[in-house]
Write a protein that binds this ligand. Structure first.
Ligand code: ZN
Length: 136
């Protein structure tokens, strides 16, 4: 039993060492992103965000029924949020300037993607060259 566990641990450590550093995009396995690392925006802020636009700004068609973090929580986490206290990173994430109402369809298509036209980014089809948030 003990010998088997030791062998497994060694194998796991070995493979992590072999790929460590080069992977990068996956985040820190010791301190992974979880939704619970951020508090939720309060009701007033949520309603204010949804009231910014009459229709979802990503498709320009459907009602903005869900709350979208323009800079995704995972993105905030990985670009320094994990070094902050939960309160500070939540305040950053739930700043009204980072919130917008989006339809369910666009919000689930966007997920944790960064907005932009590049590889691995999500760019709403309706936008073309239009950028509503003060520059990418
Ligand atoms: Zn939409």
């Amino acid at each position: 039993m003990n010998n088997e566990n030791a062998a497994d641990n060694q194998a796991a450590a070995g493979s992590a060492g072999a790929t460590g550093g080069a992977s990068g995009a996956g985040g820190d396995p010791e301190n992974p992103f979880k939704r619970s690392k951020f508090s939720r925006a309060n009701k007033a802020t949520t309603e204010a965000a949804k009231a910014k636009t009459e229709v979802c700004p990503y498709c320009g068609e459907r009602p903005p029924s869900t709350l979208d973090h323009i800079k995704a929580l995972k993105d905030i986490w990985e670009s320094g949020g994990k070094e902050m206290t939960r309160e500070v990173r939540s305040r950053l994430a739930n700043d009204l300037r980072n919130l917008i109402g989006a339809c369910k369809s666009c919000n689930s298509a966007k997920q944790s993607s960064e907005l932009g036209p590049g590889v691995g980014q999500w760019w709403p089809k309706a936008w073309n060259d239009w950028w509503p948030f003060g520059g990418p």
